[in-house]
Design a protein around this ligand. Structure first.
Ligand SMILES: *Cc1c(COP(=O)(O)O)cnc(C)c1O
Length: 267
């Protein structure tokens, strides 16, 4: 029987510094995705693995590319733009920005990203759409929802999502694909599961009465520590870094503001 990793099992992510180690980790992750799908009675082809390359240097990202990864998720816009520039020789590589965006960096996302998963305000929607219209591009976006109730997490409150979605058809360059969330970082599996279930129920409810042009087929949820639970709850995209590349040296508080850090858009 397979054992679900708790997010506290950070020691369970050995560093992968060469091609074979990364390839092996990728295989293991894909195998675990398949097993979770089997348990849930789902087709593994309905779950997309988005490898997350934040903090990983370009040489190791290239190894993952050689092992078959054609897209990567990055949390910070500056880091993403630098890597994208340095790896522009890989023409079929796609980048997904999965972290909070400040409007003054919307240009970089509009120009270089193929997907943005952390849409959480009309200001950002407006800034992205304006830049995209200039460039004549479209961008796949996910609306980020705060399902854990933690004030430290970005994302809309679930109750605010319906009204937010109704505004989005005005931004015609944004192709709304689905919802995204970060579950509570906890070894308490039922609480983690509740976050994922909440996102799925919200999606199912919203799908019954969607504004024109808005799609909500995708659910981006699940990371190295909890992706099997997310798949059991309906994830169609899992964002996985450490289980592929090994444990990160930087603490996650570097990427997710801790509860003492005031948020940019909070009132
Ligand atoms: C870092 C990150 C992930 C991946 O986390 P891992 O523990 O490396 O799997 C997923 N989603 C977001 C938004 C992240 O910032």
């Amino acid at each position: 029987m397979h054992i679900t990793l708790a997010s506290s099992d950070i020691a369970a992510y050995p560093k992968a510094h060469n091609f074979l180690a990364i390839q092996q980790n990728l295989r293991a992750v894909r195998e675990r995705i398949t097993l979770a799908c089997n348990r849930a009675g789902r087709d593994p082809a309905t779950v997309r693995l988005l490898p997350v390359s934040k903090t990983i240097d370009e040489s190791r990202i290239r190894l993952a590319y050689a092992a078959g990864c054609l897209e990567f998720g990055e949390n910070k816009v500056q880091e993403f733009a630098r890597k994208r520039q340095n790896m522009a020789d890989l023409a079929d590589l796609r980048w997904s920005v999965i972290g909070h965006l400040q409007t003054n960096k919307a240009r970089l996302v509009a120009h270089f990203a193929s997907e943005f998963q952390a849409l959480d305000s009309l200001r950002v929607a407006e800034a992205l759409d304006r830049r995209l219209q200039v460039e004549g591009r479209g961008l796949d976006v996910f609306v980020q929802v705060n399902t854990s109730g933690e004030t430290s997490k970005y994302g809309l409150q679930p109750n605010d999502v319906p009204a937010f979605l109704r505004q989005l058809p005005a931004f015609s360059a944004l192709r709304v694909r689905g919802l995204m969330t970060l579950a509570m970082l906890s070894a308490d599996t039922p609480r983690v599961r509740r976050c994922f279930a909440l996102l799925r129920m919200l999606r199912d409810r919203l799908r019954q009465d969607l504004p024109a042009g808005i799609g909500l087929n995708e659910l981006s949820m699940g990371m190295s520590g909890d992706f099997e639970i997310a798949i059991e709850e309906g994830a169609t995209v899992v964002r996985i870094g450490q289980a592929i590349f090994g444990a990160r040296a930087l603490p996650d508080s570097h990427y997710w503001p801790d509860s003492n850090t005031p948020q940019e858009d909070s009132t």
